[in-house]
Design a protein around this ligand. Structure first.
Ligand code: UT7
Length: 312
């Protein structure tokens, strides 16, 4: 057991299926329109297909390559997902095999769309207790639990994965603060029974989402001893552009400091934050040393925020 260790994030990676479904494609079979979807959600297209394990492995491989590491260098795998390939075995085991990792600990965690931030904190706990390098992946294939005849859900979802390579360091490291929360009394707002389809009370979630994102982001900033102006990039969960805009307005975060990929990917649940992170890192909008604020919310309800200094 090792204590007094923090984490740094060395690299990120992403994967989405090849198949693109546009709003017009959906409007061909559903009573909806490109205008309605774009105006109400900000989504223009999404990628659909693959399995959670295959997308997770693809994103993980890219993160490893970018860190200049091989599968033998990883000491644990954490997979945040709401849509495992099967109930048993844990999809993390499949990803461990697909990536050719050693027989390291591999586990799934499910905190719905907040999963990546929960995974970041779980990874920090593993690092603090002796694990040197962790591959953290957020991956989901919501398309597999979507009723494609239900326009209230079908227009929102997409599939994808995002990954980061995390390394333990002596001292406090770069995860400066975090705030994880859940309220099971709100579980009826967003649910999916075993073998069933996603159900969502969109209006109620919208109301709660803006409030909890703002509160938890402020909480994480306060715990890190930072003000909103210290943040170089806000990376929120991508559920609805209007939720992102409302939260940014209340937090006082300008548009050019906010990661937005919902137009291209839709709501990809656990993959949404790492996909948005990969976008701002790979386009040079986030550089080593920059402070990044993450905030997510989803089924549970769960919500979470964290402040991370980017880079190793
Ligand atoms: O990942 C975390 C969890 N999910 C979320 O964060 C989602 C949060 N909620 C939302 O993003 C929004 O509430 C939605 C995008 C789901 C819905 O947008 P809204 O502005 O809240 O629309 P609404 O539910 O109030 O519906 C407005 C109208 C209704 O028609 P009437 O009653 O005004 O005639 C709906 O029947 O839009 C209708 N409608 C649609 N029309 C075209 C609902 N879905 C659609 C659709 N296409 N896909």
């Amino acid at each position: 057991m090792t204590t007094g260790r923090g984490i740094v994030v060395r690299s990120c990676g992403m994967a989405v299926p090849d198949k693109i479904l546009t709003n017009d494609d959906l409007a061909a079979t559903l009573d909806t329109s490109d205008t309605w979807i774009a105006e109400r959600t900000g989504i223009r297209e999404r990628h659909i297909g693959g399995t959670t394990s295959s997308l997770a492995a693809q994103a993980g491989r890219q993160a490893l390559e970018r860190a200049g590491l091989g599968p033998e260098d990883i000491d644990a795998l954490v997979l945040a997902t709401t849509t495992p390939d099967a109930l048993v075995p844990a999809t993390a085991s499949t990803v461990q095999q697909l990536l050719g990792l050693r027989n390291v600990g591999a586990l799934n965690i499910n905190a719905a769309c907040s999963g990546f931030i929960f995974g970041l904190v779980v990874s920090a706990g593993l690092a603090a207790t002796g694990t040197d390098r962790i591959l953290l992946v957020g991956a989901d294939t919501l398309s597999r639990i979507t009723d494609w005849d239900d326009r209230t859900i079908a227009v929102l979802v997409g599939d994808g994965a995002g990954a980061v390579v995390i390394e333990a360091v002596e001292g406090p490291g770069n995860l400066l603060s975090h705030n994880l929360q859940a309220d099971g009394s709100l579980r009826h707002l967003l649910s999916c029974d075993l073998g069933g389809y996603l159900y969502m009370n969109g209006k109620e979630i919208f109301r709660s989402a803006v409030r909890v994102v703002v509160e938890s982001a402020e909480h994480a900033l306060r715990d890190a001893g930072l003000g909103v102006d210290d943040i170089a990039m806000f990376v929120p969960h991508q559920a609805n552009l209007r939720i992102i805009q409302a939260a940014c307005q209340r937090l006082g975060i300008p548009e050019d400091k906010t990661a937005v990929v919902i137009d291209r990917y839709g709501n990809t649940s656990s993959a949404s934050i790492p996909l948005a992170l990969d976008d701002v890192v790979s386009t040079g909008r986030v550089r080593d040393g920059d402070l990044v604020l993450f905030s997510g919310f989803g089924g549970g309800m769960s919500w979470a925020s964290a402040v991370l200094r980017w880079g190793a």
